[in-house]
Design a protein around this ligand. Sequence first.
Ligand code: PMP
Length: 282
Amino acid sequence: MAELVWMNGEIVPLADARVGIEDRGFQFADGVYEVIRLYNHKPFALDLHLQRLQKSAAGIQLAVPIAIPALAAEIGKFLARASVPDGMIYLQLTRGCAPRSHAFSQTKATLLFYARTLPPLTDLTTSEGVKLITVPDERWKRCWIKSIALLPNVLAKNQALAGGADEAVFIENEIVTECSASNIFAVIGQRLVTHPVGPKVLPGITRAILLDLAAKIGLTAEERPLREAEMLHADELFITSTTREISWVARWNDRNIDQSRCGPVTLKLNAVLRERVQRETA
Ligand code: PMP
């Protein structure tokens, strides 16, 4: 079956969908986006994603052109037609088309989303850990906005891959902020520590859910900046995102964190996350 896209209220074949060359998303990266996980034909944590979408849009003085409950209903209708049981929804909202000018004018926003299959999640007990390289955090100071302007992230990720690593971790003034497309956590004793969200850290949905679940396995959640040196002495390190859920960290530049296996606390957190996913998408 041909892939479909929901675009400004209509469902059309993805291959036929078009946006104008003066769409501000294309010319200025003037837009925001979301990536929502699908399990068993159902979106996971949809409310949290749509709340974040609204906040990101407000952060660039843009309104989501359809009420959030109506958007959730449209996503439901779309999923009934798209044959993507396990994967993701990519949703993008831009300020729409106008003659090119930095200044905003009256535009009709462009809102679209489509679904894609993702490869099955890797089993943390048997998977290899991810390798990270550090890069200077050269991004802007509104990283809490899930902006489509991702060039620093794109360059960092490609630098990681070119260096034989999987993900790039941003460092600013010796502080570890987040990764190019994921948040990062340290397990230190009975504490689960990650950088606060804000100018330099996206409020990751997986991040928020894990901070919420930490107490279930006896961990104290702590949001504070962490120095690179402290990260390297942590008991366990892992990164999170909607598409990867949790990946344990095996290597940091040329240092081994743990060569052989995922740490026990990370495994427990993964188990409570899986339980929540299964309960909510059964
Ligand atoms: N930080 C950045 C920069 C990201 O791009 C992502 C993935 N979208 C995340 C963190 C993780 O967020 P989430 O758990 O909502 O996917």
